[in-house]
Design a protein around this ligand. Structure first.
Ligand SMILES: [Zn+2]
Ligand SMILES: [Zn+2]
Length: 256
């Protein structure tokens, strides 16, 4: 029988693995800075190459440490994501919602947790997520980009990349949980992320990256399949989200 079991184990990364992950990203970042110094075109191209792995680090830290960890003074953020998003609104047996809006209500009163029922609440939650990832990117990405190169084309390229990916991250997560036959839902990478994220909704210690799984690979938190025990205790992805576009439709339904 499916009991809808969310695994609550803590994210564990060894000291050696931290060292490996951070030194890999640092080495990559310095290599892209060489390209940034080469020419104006090099600087523009180096922007996303430098920024994307660092945003992956930013989203891994925001999601793994801020949303699921216990940081003094930031309990409300953990409550919203861990208790609200995972346990109240989107447990595996209820992985999708069908209301008008993509994001939960984030203003007080938080409890009982509920989806936004108006455009303002939806906007506030979406843009606070975008803003949080952007703000984390200021010391992590933008400040070193400028201080280490003083290249305006490189800086603008990193700024545009950070802004766009911060938005995309929040947008795609909202869409994943509120299927509505949007064009993006037909794209292969979206469908891959959807299944990747469903695993996170069952095992909270895995697939910490939502959009860019680079740091899941580096930190060893990438998980491609559920264990037999997890699979037996939870709905399959197909049961949890029958609207997913990569599930083959039954021929008689397609013909109808
Ligand atoms: Zn989610
Ligand atoms: Zn989560």
């Amino acid at each position: 029988m499916q009991t809808n079991k969310i695994h609550k184990h803590e994210i564990t990364v060894s000291g050696t693995r931290w060292l490996f992950a951070l030194s890999t990203i640092t080495a990559w970042s310095f290599a892209t800075l060489l390209l940034a110094h080469a020419s104006t075109l090099g600087a523009i191209l180096a922007g996303p190459l430098y920024t994307i792995p660092l945003i992956s680090l930013g989203e891994w830290l925001v999601h793994g440490v801020m949303y699921h960890g216990r940081i003094p003074g930031l309990k409300f953020i953990r409550d919203i994501h861990h208790a609200g998003h995972h346990f109240a609104l989107f447990p595996p047996k209820n992985y999708v919602q069908h209301g008008k809006y993509e994001f939960m209500r984030f203003r007080k009163p938080l409890v009982p947790f509920q989806m936004s029922d108006n455009a303002l609440d939806n906007w506030l939650t979406e843009w606070s997520q975008i803003g949080l990832h952007f703000v984390v990117g200021i010391p992590l990405i933008l400040a070193p980009a400028w201080l280490l190169t003083h290249s305006l084309p490189f800086f603008v390229s990193t700024l545009v990349t950070l802004g766009f990916v911060s938005w995309l991250l929040a947008y795609v997560h909202g869409v994943i949980h509120t299927p509505a036959d949007r064009a993006i839902e037909h794209l292969r990478w979206f469908q891959w992320l959807d299944r990747h994220h469903y695993i996170h909704h069952i095992d909270l210690s895995a697939n910490i990256n939502f959009l860019l799984p680079i740091c899941d690979l580096l930190f060893g938190t990438q998980k491609a399949v559920l264990t037999d025990e997890e699979a037996a205790a939870n709905p399959s992805f197909e049961e949890a989200k029958p609207q997913a576009k990569d599930i083959p439709r039954k021929p008689e339904l397609v013909a109808a």
